[in-house]
Ligand binder design. Structure first.
Ligand code: THU
Length: 131
């Protein structure tokens, strides 16, 4: 699974976003250490605060579908037609952190990938090793 596959998957799943309130569509695609790909899109709710981001949707899909030995996140790509770059929100950063995410990839205005080591995205983070 290549970086470009993840970007393509994230871009494609933006079409599945359920965003009737904000109109802001987001797609995310996770690549695991084992090379599997899991996508997700945002899904909003009439009770606005219950809306779920694309990144957390992708993480939940990974948790449900990945073999237990392949829950390590190599990278996550995030794409939105509404914003470039579209960085994961703080809550999603913490959820990605739980599964050892190593890299976050977003697109610049020209569609070129911007790659960030996870430590730069969420420095000095709290994680499961602490417990
Ligand atoms: N959203 C995501 O899905 N991921 C992000 O990285 C930023 C925000 C969603 C949440 C909400 O449905 C909409 O975008 C506007 O905040």
């Amino acid at each position: 699974m290549q970086l470009n596959d993840a970007i393509d998957a994230a871009r494609a799943v933006t079409r599945r976003a359920y965003a009737p309130y904000s109109g802001f569509r987001v797609g995310a695609a996770i690549v695991t250490e084992g090379g599997a790909l899991y996508d997700g899109c945002n899904a909003e709710n009439a009770s606005y605060g219950l809306s779920i981001c694309a990144e957390r949707g992708a993480v939940m899909k990974m948790v449900a579908d990945a073999p237990p030995g392949d829950r390590k996140i190599r990278l996550v790509a995030v794409v939105s037609p509404n914003a470039a770059p579209c960085f994961p929100c703080g809550a999603c950063r913490q959820v990605l952190r739980e599964f050892g995410c190593e890299e976050v990839v977003v697109l610049d205005e020209g569609g070129a990938p911007l790659r960030y080591p996870f430590e730069e995205i969420l420095p000095h983070s709290f994680g499961p090793e602490a417990l």
